[in-house]
Design a protein around this ligand. Structure first.
Ligand SMILES: [Zn+2]
Ligand SMILES: [Zn+2]
Length: 438
């Protein structure tokens, strides 16, 4: 961490030296870039009212994972109205993809927004309060969808200046498909979202309420944890609660297992490696005076390193095997991958940061620590190098800073214009950097 930070400050120093070079020595290319940046800025500003209205509409009509029928219909209609090509619906349930082909030759870059809401009751007293009882956009995916539609609108009017193709991906079920259903990034990929054409890079953004609207935050390298859900069943033997010696008590064995699993991180894994093992649910037993023959537990494991992930899974199995064997019980352990490691390709991050700094100002671009929550954008990054950054949506002065997944989560809508400006520039900048040289 420390080493990375010092190189980051060296980079800031270097880029501030570079920007202090007098304008006269700036290349023609740079002047063209700034004219284009101004054009994008003006186009995004002119969309302000429309972006706010669009976000409020999505916010008032939130839809749960794999149920984004209305949202995806609006998205597809809008993309068609903007003249985008190859608008495909039903890609991974309610997923939508579309292409914007520039007038100049070049590579393909993708941008992804997620569309689903959460089973949370809104408590904010705002004019755009969710109209669906018990469902709310509490992760800001309404803002993600709105920003990506704004980017499509701005760039659809700039085809002459686009060197290559932009693939727009609107994804359902980021928060996880309902039990027994497939969904999210993995299903979109399975159904071809990253082919024809395959993008050479992919970008995405997520709201971040702990930083102010107008700011962008990022982490280069492993940025969000891999997430594995696990299911444990401890199998014992029931008997009279007053005669435990004739049974095998699954409750006592489960209790010892819960504590032992916590010791994996503190004593068996390098303490410098992040690892979370959380048991969130325990169920077992039939009656207060019967020795329980079965206890079921469910939990989540978060890691930032594939070796640690594999090692921790092996150690969990080993721990459960030995504890249950010691008391004559048996066990089952099953893992379900919920999210891969969100890995921001360092070279791509370094190549993108100068443009982000130009758009929001150097002081507004923050390097932050990785997050333990997972993000299924990670699956797109397994196919193409990607950069997932954070869009500041907080406003402390107005009391907007509730965390993700809470009943009072909200965003400062000023962030929508910022999001459109930054992402539009990032995509064009990437295509320019990879333009076909004549
Ligand atoms: Zn979320
Ligand atoms: Zn989210």
């Amino acid at each position: 961490m420390r080493r990375r930070r010092s190189s980051f400050f060296a980079f800031i120093l270097l880029s501030s030296l570079l920007t202090s070079i007098p304008q006269s020595s700036a290349s023609k290319h740079t002047r063209l870039d700034s004219a284009r940046e101004q054009k994008i800025a003006q186009a995004a500003e002119s969309l302000r009212t429309q972006l706010v209205a669009q976000r409020r509409d999505f916010h008032m009509h939130p839809e749960l994972s794999n149920r984004e029928e209305r949202t995806s219909r609006i998205v597809a209609e809008r993309l068609r109205a903007l003249g985008l090509e190859d608008v495909k619906t039903g890609v991974g349930k309610y997923g939508v993809t579309a292409l914007l082909r520039g007038a100049k030759p070049g590579t393909t870059v993708a941008v992804r927004a997620d569309m689903d809401a959460l089973p949370i009751q809104e408590i904010n007293d705002v004019p755009y309060k969710s109209q669906v009882a018990g469902v709310k956009h509490a992760c800001g995916h309404d803002a993600h969808t709105t920003v990506e539609l704004g980017v499509a609108e701005v760039l659809s009017k700039m085809r002459a200046e686009i060197a290559g193709t932009i693939k727009f991906i609107f994804q359902p079920a980021e928060e996880g498909a309902p039990a027994g259903e497939e969904g999210g990034a993995r299903l979109m990929i399975k159904e071809g979202a990253m082919e024809n054409p395959r993008p050479s890079a992919i970008f995405g953004l997520h709201t971040l309420p702990s930083i102010e609207a107008g700011q962008i935050a990022y982490h280069s390298g492993p940025a969000m944890a891999a997430s594995d859900r696990f299911f444990i069943t401890i199998k014992g033997k029931s008997s009279h609660g007053a005669q435990p010696q004739t049974g095998v008590d699954a409750v006592v064995i489960a209790s010892e297992s819960v504590m032992a699993l916590q010791i994996i991180h503190s004593r068996r894994i390098d303490p410098q490696e992040p690892l979370v093992i959380t048991i969130g649910q325990i169920q077992g037993g039939k009656r207060y005076n019967i020795i329980a023959d079965e206890v079921r537990m469910e939990g989540t494991m978060r890691t930032f390193n594939e070796d640690v992930r594999q090692r921790a899974q092996t150690l969990m199995r080993e721990t459960l095997l030995n504890i249950t064997a010691a008391y004559g019980a048996t066990f089952e352990l099953k893992f379900e991958e919920n999210g891969a490691l969100t890995f921001n390709e360092p070279k791509l991050v370094e190549a993108t940061l100068p443009m982000i700094r130009r758009v929001v100002g150097e002081q507004n671009v923050l390097s932050i620590k990785p997050f333990m929550p997972a993000e299924d954008f990670s699956y797109f990054q397994k196919i193409s190098p990607g950069f997932y950054y954070f869009l500041g949506v907080g406003n402390r002065a107005r009391g907007i800073n509730a965390p993700w997944h809470t009943a009072d989560f909200d965003i400062d809508e000023e962030s929508l214009v910022v999001g459109v400006k930054v992402m539009s520039n990032v995509l064009l900048d990437y295509l320019d950097q990879h333009a076909v040289k004549k």
